[in-house]
Design a protein around this ligand. Structure first.
Ligand SMILES: Cc1cc2nc3c(=O)[nH]c(=O)nc-3n(C[C@H](O)[C@H](O)[C@H](O)COP(=O)(O)OP(=O)(O)OC[C@H]3O[C@@H](n4cnc5c(N)ncnc54)[C@H](O)[C@@H]3O)c2cc1C
Length: 299
């Protein structure tokens, strides 16, 4: 989660901005957050209502952000706001807001289904003043920066999902080897074997897609091709995590449903990977859009 809040600086920050903030983020002395979502704009992030108005050497931010990971523990927030509210997504700009900026407040922390070790909260900007030098990139480049960040951070969600899925598979296998019914370990019942085989196969398929993203990123692939494979990796790994953890609970039977065993937590933690950094529906829209674009390019 450190990556989501700091990628904006890596991708769009000036040398001065990078020197100022990145070392403290890299060492872990500071934590970072990424603030795009609002109560009325999640999937449709360009519909955001938070504004940033230039006032001399400062920008003044007004609005609220919802569901922000690391709220209250982050020292630095990458915040997206409209500098030109009439210009749609090309009126959005990106800013660095430090947690002690005047007019900035964390209004509440949300209770959640899973990932309870991570805070999720609401940010309020009430005449929040930040130095004009905290603008990332140029005015109007914020939406592009937000999307470039997600192209590179979504595979992090995919890796999170895959880790949960493989962990659930490994746990269910160990359990199935020792739990006996009808005179033999449940791992020797064919219906349980089929579940385990499908879980392992799905994990391996998801891993293949995620590693393909990694190879392409290492090879310097950028732009639409990277966007597509990033969305595919996130989509596949998230769906595999949800399906596999649900089957792990099933393999443990009643013991899967109670908190004494870890698989109910895996199932709760898996769900978020289908929702944040773009829902699975949005990943499908992104993939289909890139497919159409590719085909047009070939015509
Ligand atoms: C725990 C947690 C942590 C989060 N962390 C962050 C964070 O750090 N930073 C941040 O900015 N945001 C964060 N989010 C917000 C998250 O990215 C959004 O919740 C998510 O993008 C969905 O937006 P929404 O909740 O407004 O749902 P909506 O956009 O209202 O969507 C509701 C449903 O409609 C579907 N839908 C919407 N539009 C379409 C469409 N065009 N076609 C088909 N289906 C559609 C969605 O897929 C979904 O199923 C976090 C959320 C949670 C729960």
């Amino acid at each position: 989660m450190q990556e989501l809040g700091s990628l904006g600086l890596k991708l769009a920050g000036t040398e001065e901005q990078q020197e100022r903030w990145l070392p403290r983020l890299a060492s872990g002395e500071w934590l970072a957050a990424y603030a795009l979502t609002e109560s009325g704009s999640g999937s449709d992030s360009a519909a955001m209502r938070t504004t940033a108005r230039r006032d001399g050497d400062e920008y003044v931010l007004d609005g609220t952000k919802r569901f922000i990971t690391n709220a209250g523990v982050a020292n630095l927030y990458t915040v997206f706001a409209k500098t030109d509210p009439s210009a749609g997504h090309s009126g959005i700009s990106a800013f660095v807001v430090e947690s002690d900026a005047p007019g900035f407040e964390v209004a509440r922390i949300e209770p959640k289904l899973g990932i309870k070790g991570s805070t999720t909260g609401e940010l309020v900007f009430d005449g929040c003043r930040i130095p004009a030098s905290n603008l990332l990139g140029a005015e109007g480049e914020g939406f592009r920066i937000a999307m470039r960040i997600l192209d590179r951070s979504r595979p992090g969600v995919a890796a999170q999902a895959l880790g949960i899925a493989q962990g659930a598979t490994d746990y269910a296998l160990e359990y199935a080897k020792t739990r006996e019914t009808m005179g033999k370990p449940i791992a020797e019942h064919q219906l349980i074997q089929a579940k385990l085989a499908d879980m392992e196969t799905e994990c391996e398929a998801a891993r293949g897609l995620l590693y393909r993203f990694g190879k392409m990123a290492d090879d310097g692939v950028d732009g639409p091709e990277l966007t597509k494979i990033s969305a595919m990796a996130k989509l596949k790994c998230g769906d595999v995590a949800m399906a596999v953890t649900t089957e792990a609970v099933q393999i443990l039977g009643g013991y899967g449903y109670i908190k004494e065993y870890p698989v109910e937590r895996y199932m709760r933690d898996a769900k978020i990977t289908q929702i944040y950094e773009g829902t699975q529906e949005i990943q499908r829209l992104v993939i289909a859009r890139e497919m159409v674009r590719e085909q047009r390019g070939q015509e």
